[in-house]
Write a protein that binds this ligand. Structure first.
Ligand SMILES: *Cc1c(COP(=O)(O)O)cnc(C)c1O
Length: 383
């Protein structure tokens, strides 16, 4: 268990009234975690796993676990350590194909990991030389099937094309491992058809390599509900996935795994920043930026929901486009697009960004000494 539990408040308003936080603050809502976990759990018959990299905060891991998430996608031995420190019986899938032999040994012997992704023949060879081949160990072949309308592409770094996947899967089977398949359509994927295309490809690979598929992992990529997003509802993704599995696999339907990061984590947290300076009605300088909680807003085409607070009340009125700067002495520390904010915004106000639970807390730095960030548990936050 985490030792220092953050203070708990009913609302963002209550945090501001009681704490008037001067450093960047993460407002974490257990209610929102319950809702996002339920949306997956109740929406589709699949093993729900959480991609730890989206946000490894221990209170989020614990909250997900309390809401039925028992298995996790981990990418490093450090993630395994953090995860098992709060959830000792966590089931872990080591779905980063790039590892040293020592990392593989640690995962296998110390953490009991029995599921490993590969997307290259050398990685399979490395695994087979490091741990004993057996049906108790699942090798998951990560394949890719063309490009997708998504905000962030993983296909340039990972995934093997269909023909290579068939060979790799056949080789893993020949070596004596159990074999699964997985893909990742790219993060914030706004097109449910991307999953359909990959599932069709998975069935061709399974047939060609004569696989008795242990599981089909349809990955992450499920979109968070940013106001800038045109994505269909989560239920449409589930219908498309179920339909594609049925039409391509028929009676030999493999058990499904889902591996969301962003969609499970995003709504759990909003970020409360303070206005340090407002200049000429055109620019604002916040107490955190690109080297902190807003890193992803710099390089992803996302616009989180936002509201501005003063004296415990939301600032209303005409909205205008502001250039937003972070607090460091670096001109890179600015948002790439003007941000719509109330014209009345001024020094000492707070800006609350919603849907910030994924890829925010996880990638903060202490650049320029801006290292202190608070966390509060808040029941009702901006989503
Ligand atoms: C990052 C990642 C995920 C989660 O992706 P989201 O787009 O955040 O849902 C899932 N699986 C793997 C292997 C990943 O690298």
């Amino acid at each position: 268990m985490s030792t220092d539990q953050p203070a708990r408040y009913p609302s963002t308003e209550a945090v501001i009234t009681a704490e008037a936080p001067d450093v960047p603050s993460f407002l974490f809502s257990h209610n929102e975690v319950a809702k996002s976990a339920a949306a997956f759990r109740d929406g589709i018959d699949a093993l729900l796993t959480y991609a730890v990299k989206a946000n490894p905060a221990t209170f989020l891991l614990e909250a997900l676990h309390q809401n039925g998430v028992k298995a996790f996608d981990v990418a490093s031995t450090n993630e395994m350590e953090v995860l098992t420190s709060v959830i000792p019986d966590a089931v872990m899938h080591y779905n980063n194909p790039i590892r040293t032999r020592r990392e593989i040994e640690t995962a296998y012997h110390q953490y009991g990991v029995r599921s490993y992704v590969v997307d290259h023949a050398d990685e399979l060879k490395q695994l087979a030389e490091t741990i004993p081949a057996s049906k108790d160990v699942e090798i998951t072949i990560r394949f890719k099937a063309g490009r997708t309308r998504r905000a962030y592409d993983f296909g340039t770094k990972f995934g093997i094309l269909e023909a290579g996947a068939i060979e790799l899967a056949a080789e893993a089977k020949r070596l004596g491992f159990s074999v699964g398949l997985c893909f990742h359509v790219g993060s914030q994927c706004e097109e449910d058809y991307a999953y359909v295309r990959h599932i069709a490809c998975a069935s061709r690979i399974a047939k060609a390599a004569k696989l008795d598929l242990t599981r089909l992992n349809v990955g992450g990529g499920f979109p968070a509900r940013y106001p800038s997003s045109a994505a269909p509802p989560l239920s449409r993704y589930f219908e498309s996935i179920n339909g594609a599995v049925k039409s391509n696999f028929g009676d030999s339907k493999p058990p499904l795994i889902m591996e969301p990061g962003r969609r499970l984590a995003a709504s759990s947290t909003s970020v409360l920043l303070r206005v340090k300076h407002q200049r000429n009605g055109m620019s604002i300088y916040l107490n955190d930026g690109v080297y902190g909680a807003l890193m992803e807003v710099k390089f992803m085409p996302i616009l989180p929901p936002v509201r501005v607070w003063r004296d415990g009340k939301v600032v209303q009125g005409e909205v205008s486009a502001f250039t937003v700067f972070g607090p460091t002495c670096d001109s890179y520390d600015s948002l790439p697009r003007p941000f719509p904010l109330p014209e009345a915004i001024r020094e000492d106000d707070w800006v609350e960004f919603g849907q910030m639970g994924a890829y925010s807390q996880a990638s903060t730095t202490s650049f320029n000494g801006f290292a202190t960030r608070n966390t509060y548990f808040v029941d009702e936050i901006l989503v």
